[in-house]
Design a protein around this ligand. Structure first.
Ligand code: GSH
Length: 196
């Protein structure tokens, strides 16, 4: 299987989650501006949406969208989901929140059209992170076992820090806890990134 990624982009979540799950995969770096893969292929011929993460399975199926990839990795990991009967639904609820309510705000921070918009987005990110800090059920979002949602939130925390959003103290400690994990360190090393 192949994971198409860009260093430090949201594809870092699937990258971490695959390592955490112990799934073998090849990494292919994409130049998102040029829409070219590191081996010179036209990325839009692999994912017409033109964005990462993209996961191409061994049978040739192509998976896109963070929520779908992370849910697929969670199912393939063989680890039971926390939360009993509602476990998968709760995981999807969390992934959807991170995707649509946190991740999407960063578009306004990476490409702001005005200072007012940037301030509004920073406020919104801070609000959402405050909510998420209150959702920690132990060391991680769903208890003392890390889940794919934590991998996604980890990327949001890196971005929040880079853009100067207020990150609650509980999530700063949580980030350090994640950065102590070998799978996170491996993914960071592969992408040429530093922990805090
Ligand atoms: N809806 C997509 C959005 C993914 C996304 O925003 N990817 C960014 C990197 S974090 C990207 O590849 N942007 C390049 C582009 O849109 O041209 C998902 O959740 O997977």
């Amino acid at each position: 299987m192949k994971l198409y990624l860009a260093p430090g982009a949201c594809s870092l979540a699937a990258h971490i989650a695959l390592h955490e799950a112990g799934i073998d995969f090849d990494r292919i770096t994409v130049d998102l501006r040029a829409k070219r893969t590191e081996d010179g292929a036209d990325f839009t011929s692999i994912n017409p949406k033109g964005y990462v993460p993209t996961l191409v399975l061994d049978d040739g199926s192509t998976l896109t969208e963070n929520v779908a990839l992370l849910d697929w990795i969670a199912q393939r990991s063989g680890k039971p989901l926390p939360g009993g009967e509602l476990g998968r639904t709760r995981l999807l609820e969390m992934l959807a929140f991170i995707s649509t309510e946190v991740h999407k705000q960063f578009g306004r921070l990476f490409f702001p059209t005005s200072d007012a918009e940037k301030t509004a987005a920073l406020d919104k990110v801070a609000q959402r992170l405050q909510y998420l800090a209150g959702q920690l059920k132990g060391d991680y979002l769903f208890g003392n076992e890390m889940s794919v949602a934590d991998a996604y939130l980890y990327v949001m925390l890196r971005w929040a820090d880079g853009k100067g959003a207020t990150v609650p103290a509980a999530l700063q400690t949580y980030r350090q806890r994640l950065e102590a994990r070998p799978a996170v360190q491996l993914a960071l090393r592969h992408e040429g990134l530093d922990a805090k």
